[in-house]
Write a protein that binds this ligand. Structure first.
Ligand SMILES: [Fe+2]
Ligand SMILES: [Fe+2]
Length: 151
């Protein structure tokens, strides 16, 4: 797996860790910490989703001509994840700890299922079909254009 793909996988793990911090704070009934950690989770998740939606998916669609395939499914799952994220945000905001914990459980399952598909199916397909992947993702690497690297 390329460096660029490994960075995306690392972002998955960082989001997981951040979500765990929110759950730990809720278990301690520390709503201030839960809210703070949830905002950080939200920022990390959106940063990652935008990297995929604005850079990775369009590059995959352009390289393969597939617009109704895996990227369409992944965009749909992002929408489901965001809906649950919004629900959890308002439950935390309303100090509804039990509901928030149960929503976060479901959110966690959805995210894990989504990440497994990306890591096992979509990312390897992207690695094989998108030239200059690092620069497509804004992660440095080659300069694109006439460069012949395989990153
Ligand atoms: Fe995704
Ligand atoms: Fe992802």
């Amino acid at each position: 797996m390329s460096q660029a793909m490994m960075s995306l996988v690392k972002q998955h793990l960082e989001c997981d860790d951040q979500l765990n911090r929110v759950e730990a704070a809720l278990h301690k009934e520390d709503l201030a910490s839960a809210g703070r950690n949830f905002r950080l989770f939200d920022e990390q998740l959106e940063h990652h989703f935008h990297l995929e939606e604005d850079r990775l998916f369009p590059a995959f669609e352009k390289a393969t001509g597939m617009t109704n395939g895996p990227t369409m499914v992944m965009r749909g799952e992002h929408a489901e994840i965001r809906a649950l994220r919004d629900q959890a945000a308002s439950e935390i905001e309303n100090k509804n700890i039990q509901s928030a914990l149960s929503t976060l459980d479901t959110l966690n399952v959805l995210i894990q299922q989504h990440n497994v598909k990306e890591e096992n199916i979509l990312y390897p397909m992207c690695g094989g079909s998108i030239p200059h992947l690092s620069s497509v993702l804004g992660m440095g690497g080659c300069g694109g254009g006439a460069c012949s690297c395989s990153s």
